[in-house]
Design a protein around this ligand. Structure first.
Ligand code: HEC
Length: 187
């Protein structure tokens, strides 16, 4: 008797798994899910993607060791940030580019979002990027010390004044200050 109950339970689980798998496959193959960036994710998909991203970054950044951040590193990271990140993530008192507002996921304002990530996680995010989000991997074009400078700057952003932020623009002369995309094209 007991054995029969277990057997029907097993069949139930198997049938349910096959049904879920078929539903997933049908969704993938028929284009039922709307990938348009101007259409919000359903809450379940949004939660799944965000939680997957956070846990993935957390577990992979776990074994990194952050160097002690110095003002020189922050200043150097500022020049990089203004040249490569501000148009998507904005600065302090500096808007992101208009087109970046049409991205999904939205590139968050790091002036506040940086609080939610450890320095190791910021380093990892900048080096490796995030699949299917538009967040590029900078590891192919930048060495680790440069990426630590960027992480030092990003972690300093939440307590930085707009004046301080603007002052870095004139200091980090070699990259220009981000709102000069037009100028960069002439170079
Ligand atoms: C082309 C646009 C783009 C550029 C350029 C870009 N990012 Fe991103 N970034 C994104 C998007 C989009 C996300 C959101 C990903 C997500 O939520 O899954 C993101 C996420 C992040 C996050 C995680 C924040 C969070 O709370 O989700 C950090 C940290 C980050 N970027 C740092 C940087 C830094 C530093 C640079 C420059 C070296 C940079 N990004 C350049 C688009 C960009």
């Amino acid at each position: 008797m007991k054995q029969i109950q277990w057997r029907s339970f097993g069949f139930g689980v198997l049938a349910l798994s096959m049904l879920l798998f078929a539903a997933a496959l049908i969704t993938v193959l028929t284009g039922a899910y709307d990938v348009a960036a101007d259409d919000r994710h359903t809450p379940l998909v949004g939660w799944g993607l965000d939680t997957t991203m956070r846990n993935s970054v957390q577990s992979r950044a776990d074994n990194l060791t952050t160097p002690a951040f110095t003002p020189a590193m922050i200043a150097s990271g500022a020049g990089e940030y203004k040249a490569m990140c501000q148009h998507c993530h904005g600065g302090i008192g500096a808007e992101r580019a208009e087109w970046a507002g049409g991205m999904r996921p939205h590139p968050p304002a790091l002036a506040s979002a940086a609080k939610g990530w450890s320095p190791e996680e910021v380093f990892w995010l900048v080096k490796h990027g995030i699949k299917m989000s538009g967040m590029p991997a900078f590891g192919g074009s930048h060495d680790d010390p440069t990426i630590w400078n960027i992480a030092a700057f990003v972690k300093a952003m939440p307590t930085m004044s707009a004046e301080r932020y603007a002052a870095y623009a004139s200091e980090g002369g070699d990259h220009g200050n981000g709102d000069e995309a037009g100028q960069a094209h002439h170079n």
